[in-house]
Design a protein around this ligand. Structure first.
Ligand SMILES: Cc1cc2nc3c(=O)[nH]c(=O)nc-3n(C[C@H](O)[C@H](O)[C@H](O)COP(=O)(O)OP(=O)(O)OC[C@H]3O[C@@H](n4cnc5c(N)ncnc54)[C@H](O)[C@@H]3O)c2cc1C
Length: 737
């Protein structure tokens, strides 16, 4: 790992290769995924890029040219990723990382194209997560691309939750979609009437089926559910007018109106009949929770791809900026380095690149976590069945008990044999991974898209005026705007912050977080150039702050950490995301260093790449730690009332006459005393006496320590900047502008 001397010896030579990324993002042993990346890339940098370059984004309509992309997705195997082999899919097993890689490759060129592909999976996801076996078999097969010799078009789907104002948006409970029984003959399937209006529904321009959230409008149906609608169902299947989006124009979006008759067997997950009432097995909240939990990760991946895709076009622009001018002759600094002769231009690019690395690492870590969780969830379903545990309450009770045990085990030192069940016991493994996934998913969606959108603006600005033109190589202006949609759909930032404010206080997550602090210190001792030590200190600061806020009140006696107090919980969630992302980035670089050395195709430039990526880690941890500390300081001190120059506020102040008296015993005390109130009541000109922070002493100590931990981070930035000024890049971008 990076040390100053090794960095001077080995510099970054080229942009990170595919082989390096495979190791970093954990799919070096997955040849199937590597092939998928290549075939998706061919679509992204071929038909998708050509359509964007030809102005395909200039229309809101779903045009024939856009429609052709769907065939390209089918041909490349993208559509089949979501299915199992027996359903016509590509490969067996969990698909989260595979879908994340598809999203990454498509969004590298265009976020709308990525969304068009992913929205099909989103439509199927309710069926996949909670559908009956029959529903799964039926719709997955229909949606799978045609097999050789088959003459059919795959069905496309749309997911319809959001409704026109004033109904479903961030608040998914305000459902207006209606479900009624219109016919129910004895011994036959009930026939239901579905009324649903959607708002901003992706894929609606061409969807053959829709999974729609509706609520009961009939005493014979209990509660809400998701229901499958087909375009040929009797009634109204109106796709509505296309949304006038300023983003993601390669996906289709509109406000549909449905008024259809469907059999009750379309209720996702099925239903029971109790006392003459249809009781859906899953209400709409249960279904969408299971769905979004996974699909939001891929959205986070998309913004990460944008940031990393910006690096090469920016370097090329900066280098060539002055070429052709009379004064910029080959060999001159102006000719060779262009804008890269300027420190700020390089430093800002370092920031963009570091953010891209951290966000990619966070999102891929989340995708891998869900890949690991998927089989555990299936095993847990079996365990519940064996133990006769059913219903959310009984399951939650069991998990609470197990959590206590797992937390206790996690407090044991690493290496203690008593910790072993954490690796072998199903229940313990499940609660640990589940609580982790509960944080990683919203963190990836929130931080990658929110901070990613801000950082994309920086990327655009580095291209000057070119950045906000349609001609900008890498379509950076589009990507900046597109990032804002990624921060919005599938639940905007408020939704992710709300979820994090709950999941980040799960004792199981916090036990792991404490382990991360020890882990980062250990890494720092072996790899001091990564910023891991600063990160460990920032993590301790965050933990102290959470504990403080959970146990403190504001100046008026109001509880600080509570769900209604978003001013407390939301910023603290933001702070956590910075730290989690920086940790993932460090771990990925360590994996590359560890495993890359065994890979002949990587060996040559590996030390330089590791040094560079380590410097980016240090840059990022400095930023992340600083952000977390800034937020924490505001929360710890901001809810106390500042003392005033009144009776209560001046109680602890020195009086001038007291001081004069003391001066004769303790010479010089006058010059140390602050906040001296004079005999006439006058006082120093400031807001009030300075605050005494006895309760926050540990915080102040950690904060001061953290400041010191940033030592060297700017040197790392200088080194990274220098490396960027020397890196070799291809002559031209591999997709059109
Ligand atoms: C191009 C596009 C494609 C889309 N595709 C789909 C799709 O395929 N299917 C689908 O169902 N939906 C889709 N959506 C809808 C999208 O998911 C919603 O727009 C999004 O969830 C936000 O809902 P809203 O627009 O009603 O915002 P609102 O609910 O009005 O929220 C506006 C802002 O208010 C604040 N806010 C709202 N509630 C709270 C709260 N409780 N606490 C704190 N702050 C709050 C937040 O800052 C939020 O960002 C799409 C949207 C777009 C633009």
């Amino acid at each position: 790992m990076a040390t100053v001397s090794s960095v001077t010896a080995e510099m970054l030579r080229t942009l990170p290769s595919d082989a390096a990324r495979q190791v970093q993002w954990g799919f070096a042993d997955r040849f199937d995924l590597q092939m998928l990346v290549q075939s998706t890339r061919a679509v992204a940098r071929g038909p998708v890029a050509r359509l964007v370059a030809a102005g395909g984004r200039n229309s809101h309509d779903w045009t024939p040219a856009k429609n052709e992309l769907l065939d390209a997705f089918d041909g490349a195997g993208i559509t089949a990723v979501f299915m199992e082999p027996e359903e016509g899919g590509l490969f067996a097993g969990p698909k989260n990382l595979a879908l994340a890689l598809v999203a990454f490759e498509l969004a590298w060129v265009d976020g709308g194209a990525a969304t068009a592909s992913l929205a099909g999976c989103l439509a199927l996801a309710p069926i996949h997560e909670r559908g009956t076996e029959e529903q799964q078999r039926h719709y997955m097969k229909l949606a799978a691309p045609a097999q050789p010799g088959e003459n059919r078009k795959p069905w496309r789907g749309a997911f319809c939750l959001t409704e026109p104002i004033p109904y479903v948006g961030v608040d998914t409970g305000m459902l207006n979609g209606k479900l009624r029984v219109v016919a129910w003959k004895p011994g036959e399937e009930p026939i239901l009437q579905v009324e649903k209006r959607g708002r901003f529904i992706t894929n609606i321009g061409f969807a053959n089926f829709v999974t729609a959230a509706v609520d009961s409008d009939d005493e014979h149906i209990k509660g809400s559910c998701l229901v499958i609608l087909e375009e040929s169902d009797p009634g109204v299947f109106d796709r509505g007018t296309p949304t006038k989006k300023m983003v993601h124009q390669l996906s289709s979006t509109g406000d549909p109106i449905f008024n259809l008759r469907v059999p009750a067997s379309r209720i996702i997950g099925g239903y029971d009949v109790k006392d003459g009432v249809i009781v859906p097995r899953y209400n709409h909240s249960e279904v969408i929770e299971a769905v979004f939990r996974r699909t939001r990760v891929t959205v986070g991946v998309m913004t990460a791809a944008k940031l990393l895709s910006a690096v090469e076009p920016i370097i090329r622009y900066q280098r060539g900026r002055f070429r052709g001018a009379e004064s910029a002759t080959p060999g001159s600094v102006r000719y060779e380095l262009g804008l890269q002769a300027r420190e700020d231009a390089l430093h800002r690019l370092v920031d963009v690149w570091a953010t891209g690395e951290a966000s990619a690492s966070l999102a891929f870590a989340a995708a891998r976590a869900f890949d690991a969780l998927d089989p555990l969830e299936k095993e847990m379903d079996k365990l519940y069945a064996e133990r006769g545990i059913s219903g959310p309450k009984a399951k939650a009770k069991l998990l609470r008990e197990v959590t206590e045990q797992a937390v206790a085990l996690m407090q044991l030192p690493v290496g203690d044999v008593l910790r072993e069940p954490l690796n072998s016991d199903l229940l313990l493994r499940f609660v640990a991974l589940d609580s982790l996934a509960d944080v990683l998913c919203p963190a990836a969606k929130l931080w990658n898209t929110g901070w990613g959108a801000q950082t994309m603006r920086e990327a655009v600005s580095l291209m000057g005026g070119y950045g906000i033109t349609e001609d900008c190589p890498g379509f950076l202006g589009n990507k900046w705007m597109d990032a804002q949609l990624e921060a919005t759909y599938e639940g905007p930032e408020a939704v992710q912050r709300r979820q994090l404010s709950v999941t980040m206080t799960n004792p199981m997550f916090l036990a792991q977080f404490r382990g991360w602090i020890r882990e980062m210190r250990g890494i720092a001792s072996a790899h001091p150039g990564t910023g891991a030590c600063a990160l460990a200190t920032a993590m301790s600061l965050w933990l102290w702050t959470l504990d403080h806020l959970q146990n403190s009140k504001d100046a008026d006696g109001g509880r600080l950490y509570q769900s209604a107090r978003q001013g407390v919980t939301f910023p603290l969630a933001d702070a956590l995301c910075w730290l989690v992302a920086a940790r993932c980035q460090i771990l990925d670089v360590l994996r590359l260093e560890r495993e890359g050395a065994n890979d002949a195709s990587l060996a040559e430039g590996l030390p330089g790449l590791i040094n560079f990526l380590s410097d980016l880690c240090q840059v990022q941890t400095a930023r992340a730690s600083g952000e977390a500390a800034r937020i924490a300081a505001e929360l710890v001190f901001g809810y106390n009332r500042h003392p005033a120059w009144d009776e209560a506020g001046t109680r602890g102040c020195w009086r001038e006459d007291e001081l004069d008296l003391l001066e004769s015993f303790i010479p010089g005390i006058n010059s140390y005393a602050l906040d001296v109130v004079k005999g006439d009541g006058s006082h120093p000109q400031k807001a009030g006496p300075c605050v005494e922070c006895h309760a926050a002493q540990p915080f102040l100590a950690l904060h001061a320590k953290l400041d010191g931990c940033l030592t060297g981070s700017r040197l790392a930035k200088d080194r990274a900047a220098e490396a960027i000024s020397k890196i070799m890049i291809p002559e031209a971008l591999d997709y059109p502008a």
